[in-house]
Design a protein around this ligand. Structure first.
Ligand SMILES: Nc1ncnc2c1ncn2[C@@H]1O[C@H](COP(=O)(O)OP(=O)(O)OP(=O)(O)O)[C@@H](O)[C@H]1O
Length: 521
């Protein structure tokens, strides 16, 4: 049975931002590793596994010993599960850290059963601590993202987002104010989830099901900070089947789980060196990228079948859990929207993303007949690169403007007002400050002109690049028609990212203009 201190659901008010919690609010970065626990499903069938929950190990006479952060007893219930798997993550989530909980295991091993239990208990505790949350529910089915809050919102795209790392474009977010309201949404989402009967589970989930919950808290400095908690019930890994639809789904499921396994392996082998991590190999890994890149608290529940018929799948699950356990995390508390350091960090993420895109292109030789696409990607990558560099410059400008306007503009003006009130203002001092403000305005005008001409330069380049791509596509469309399809998706995503970056630049321009307005008062 679990040994950690318990917090019953009825008395589980967590002290928001309080120092009595495991991570104090003064600890912005917290080092740990992915927490991995194993839940064997009780069945009255012969087994060759030995479960030792006291020592946290699973043993097999031929396969050896597997050790984890926690191994549940077959008789442990969902309350026991909640204490170990969800509570520590929920606690951090309510202090401003992002968190992800996911269930991994073969089909029929109890992922959905366990995840439902965790969701219900976590939601109870959540609403004992906050009054309102935002919720999204989605599934990834056959490599397509579907919004389960709005039934017909299918095949959504994932784009980079400077705030949340990645964003599912067009995914609905619903404001929720009670436990029942949230459970009703989850029920509705579950009812829309792709399910079917398989050889091993009559009600098998054929998709990855994700409930994303966002809360807003106010930090010590009075800034509003948001944090995100994902509950992911993964589709089950499984063997080949004769049913054609199940076989196709199974191929997609296994492909994305394989991609997840590869990402986990790479991360566990290489925690300090930022080598290429293939997040883009599946929608699942792409969606989980901000969690898996080490900045989110993660708890993985591996569910296992004890039966001797499932030794292969169960061993895979146990090995997956061992690799995940090796991944180091440096989880960071989220900061408020207008934190300059956060902006710098976000641009770093964008930069890494570009590097990753370049690596992907460099590592993958151009497909036969698809050279045009290859050069198109290279061209777009270089534009993205320039844009990121430019955004970085803009962001530095912004922090400069903010500090200058504070010191020279707002502080200067308030100084005049104070002096006037005191009837001690001197004309010379007044002239000095006005001259300084005028000088600043001139400089800002120059900067804005420079930025505008740079944006139009980028837009020009983009137009030229798109023209070239169109021309080369027309001249070789018959050659590439078979190979280009999956890569077209990437090109679309890149275009989306470019337009996101352009809007971001526009937003920053607006901020600069607003600051100029303050000075002109
Ligand atoms: N710990 C448990 N105690 C009692 N019943 C369980 C337990 N785990 C799973 N079950 C039951 O086993 C069946 C299969 O479980 P579940 O649907 O959760 O598996 P799954 O891993 O999500 O499968 P799939 O990947 O095919 O969706 C369900 O009827 C569920 O109620």
């Amino acid at each position: 049975m679990p040994q950690s201190p318990r917090l019953s659901r009825s008395s589980s008010r967590l002290s928001l931002l309080s120092s009595s919690s495991t991570i104090s609010q003064d600890t912005p970065v917290h080092s740990s590793h992915i927490h991995v626990s194993i839940r064997p499903k009780y069945e009255d069938i012969p087994t060759s596994w030995i479960i030792d929950s006291n020592r946290g190990i699973v043993e097999h006479s031929e396969l050896g010993t597997f050790q984890y952060d926690h191994v549940f007893d077959v008789n442990d219930n969902n309350d026991d599960l909640y204490q170990i798997v969800a509570f520590p993550i929920l606690e951090k989530f309510l202090q401003g850290y992002n968190g992800t909980i996911f269930a991994y295991g073969m089909t029929g091993s109890g992922k959905t059963y366990s995840m439902r239990g965790l969701l219900e208990r976590s939601i109870d505790v959540l609403f004992e601590n906050v009054n309102v949350v935002e919720c999204s529910i989605l599934e990834i089915y056959n490599e397509k993202i579907c919004d389960l809050l709005v039934g017909d919102n299918t095949d959504l795209k994932i784009v980079d987002d400077k705030k949340d790392g990645v964003k599912v474009k067009g995914l609905s977010e619903i404001r929720v104010e009670s436990v029942n309201q949230l459970l009703e949404l989850i029920d509705r989402g579950e009812s829309l989830r792709s399910m079917d009967s398989t050889d091993y589970n009559h009600t098998s989930s054929r998709s990855h099901f994700i409930v994303k919950i966002k809360v807003f808290i106010v930090d010590n400095n009075g800034n509003r900070v948001s944090s995100v908690l994902n509950f992911c019930d993964l589709a089950g890994s499984e063997r080949a089947t004769t049913h054609i639809d199940r076989r196709k789904e199974g191929a997609y499921i296994n492909k994305s789980l394989l991609a997840l396994g590869t990402v986990i392996t790479k991360l566990s082998e290489n925690t300090t060196n930022m080598s290429h991590i293939p997040y883009r190999d599946s929608k699942l890994t792409r969606f989980l990228q901000p969690s898996l890149n080490g900045q989110s608290a993660i708890s993985i529940l591996c569910t296992m079948q004890l039966g001797i018929n499932f030794i292969g799948e169960t061993t895979n699950t146990l090995r997956f859990g061992l690799r995940a356990k090796n991944i180091q995390l440096n989880i960071k508390k989220n900061s408020s929207d207008y934190d300059v350091n956060k902006l710098i960090q976000e641009n770093e993420i964008l930069k890494n993303e570009i590097l990753e895109l370049q690596n992907t292109t460099i590592l993958t030789p151009p497909p036969a007949g698809g050279d045009e696409l290859y050069y198109e990607l290279v061209a777009e990558n270089s534009i993205l690169n320039e844009q990121v560099e430019h955004l970085k410059r803009l962001q530095m400008e912004k922090s400069l403007l903010v500090s200058q306007s504070n010191v020279d503009g707002i502080d200067g003006l308030s100084y005049i007002v104070c002096e006037e009130i005191g009837d001690r203002v001197t004309r010379n001092r007044c002239n000095e400050i006005i001259a300084k403000i005028k000088d600043n305005v001139k400089q800002y005008d120059l900067r804005i002109n420079e930025m505008e001409s740079y944006i139009s330069h980028l837009e020009n380049r983009l137009r030229i690049s798109e023209g070239e791509v169109e021309r080369s596509k027309r001249s070789s469309s018959h050659q590439v028609s078979n190979t280009i399809l999956p890569n077209d998706d990437i090109v679309d995503e890149l275009r989306d990212e470019i337009s996101e970056l352009q809007s971001s630049m526009k937003r920053k321009d607006a901020i600069i203009r607003a600051l100029q307005g303050i000075r002109d008062i």
